[in-house]
Design a binder for this molecule. Sequence first.
Ligand code: FE2
Ligand code: FE2
Length: 265
Amino acid sequence: MRILFVGDVFGSAGRRIVREHLGYIVHGRSVDLLIVNAENAAGGFGLTPPIADELFDLGAHVLTTGNHIWDKKEIIDYLKSVPADSHDRPRRVIRPANYAPGSPGFGVYQGTLPSGQEYAVVDLQGRVFMANNEDPFRTADALLKEITAKIIVVDFHAEATSEKCALGWYLDGRVTAVIGTHTHIPTADDRVLPGGTAYQTDVGMSGPYDSIIGVQKELVLERFLTSMPNKFEAARGDPRMAALLIEADPATGHALSTERLLLGE
Ligand SMILES: [Fe+2]
Ligand SMILES: [Fe+2]
C-alpha cells in the first residue's frame, strides 16, 4: 500500500499548491492513505474548522499538527466536539500526544481504509528547543502498547535533527514511518531503516519558499535585526508541495521504499 505524508501546509499559498498537486498524485500514484500536517494552514498560524474541511475535501484521512495547534481559538471547541471513539472529521485532526494530560483533542487516530486495512497515525512533539511537553520516547512506548493496527505513521514535530533521528532509530521496526515536521526545511535523508521503518528528518513545508520558513522575509529579518516584536504575515511566492511517498507492506506494517516529493507550480 502507499502512504503520502504532506508536510506543514502554510497559509493560502500552501493550500493552493497542495490543491493543485494532490488530485493527480493520489490517483496517479495509487495513494491509499493521505496524511497532511495542517498546523500552519490558516494564514501560517494554526488551523480553523473550515480549513480542516478544505483539506479533508482533498482526500486527507488524518490531519496532524504541532506547536501552532492553539493559535486559532476556534480549534479548541472543534477538537472537544467529539469523543475518543468517533471517526468524524474533528476526531481525525490530532495534536501531539505528549501534551499535558487533559489538553483538548487526541494524539492518536486509529481508522480503517475502505479496503479494510487498519492504520494508526500518531502525533508527537520534541522537547529540544521546544515548549515543555512530556517525553516523546516513552509516550511512544505507551501508545504502541495500545495500538492494534500494523500500519503506524508517526509525525514527529520537532526542532532538533538529533532528537528526530533518535526517535527514528528508537522506533525502527515498531512503526511504519517516523516523519519529521516543524522546521519547514525538507531534508535529503529519507530512507527505510534496517528494521523496516521509513524515516525522514523533516518532510519540509508545503507553502511559499520565497520566504523564511513561510513568513515574509522582510518581517523575519526586521525581527532578527531589531529584536522588536512585529506581526508575522504569511508569504505567497514560489509555492511548493513537500511530501514523502511511502510504499509499505500492509501485512507486516514495514516500509519498503520512500520517495521525496518537492513540487512547484
Ligand atoms: Fe509548521
Ligand atoms: Fe511547528
